[in-house]
Ligand binder design. Sequence first.
Ligand code: MF3
Ligand code: CO
Length: 260
Amino acid sequence: MIYLKTPEEINQMREAATLVSRTLGEVARWIAPGVTTLKLDTIAREFMRDNGGRPACLGYEGFPATLCIEVNETVVHGFPSNYTLREGDIIGIDTVVEKDGFMGDSCYTFPVGEIDPKVMDLCKTTKESLYVGIEACRPGHRIGDIANAVQTYCERRGYSVVREMCGHGIGHSMHESPEVPNYGRRGTGPVIRNGMCICIEPMINMGSRNIVIERDGWTCRTKDRKPSAHYEHTLAIIDDHVEILTTFDYIQEVLQDKFI
Ligand code: MF3
Ligand code: CO
């Protein structure tokens, strides 16, 4: 069942999306070699609470933290830890905030200092594929059109698409119908309509698409331990067009010329 939102509800979704975007901007200030991922988690949790939000990942189906931490070969759902960031790492930060009963969900993969140009290209392509997916997201089109656009874009450039994890509808819950896969066939899946709110979140691997879930039951990494990148926006379909509710502008302000 896909819950269509009223314009008033989408206004509230916008508030939650703005707060999650600002949170990623705040976390971006702290990303540097020598910083632990637990420190980033604390920063994010306090920032959300100081701004009237609730860290929605914390306690979600037993998830133990505010941030999902995705260093190098981690695809999604890694835990913050006392791991210290190193020059050359990439770190995806994925998080959800609840504000006044609505969820905002976003993810950004950051370079730590100077990174291998090949890894940079993976990040750049993944981020571009998010926007290619957004471009394919139009009222009257289908979810499979988004999926196919992301897949085609990444595979043409020699990367592989993780299939076990998807984007999703969002609203009062962080995961609602429909699923929004990053691979599939054009013209398949639910029709995109006014009032839908969805998250598009390509998870793209440098090597094979295969993944492994660690014994903690959450941490998802590439089987071949090659790097993976992940970017995510929350979107609304309103007045016959797509509005990107989250923004990377706060991140861009911090990264300046490092922003890709
Ligand atoms: N964007 C992630 C997702 O949709 C957020 C997960 S939060 C967690 O799966 F608590 F489930 F980890
Ligand atoms: Co998500």
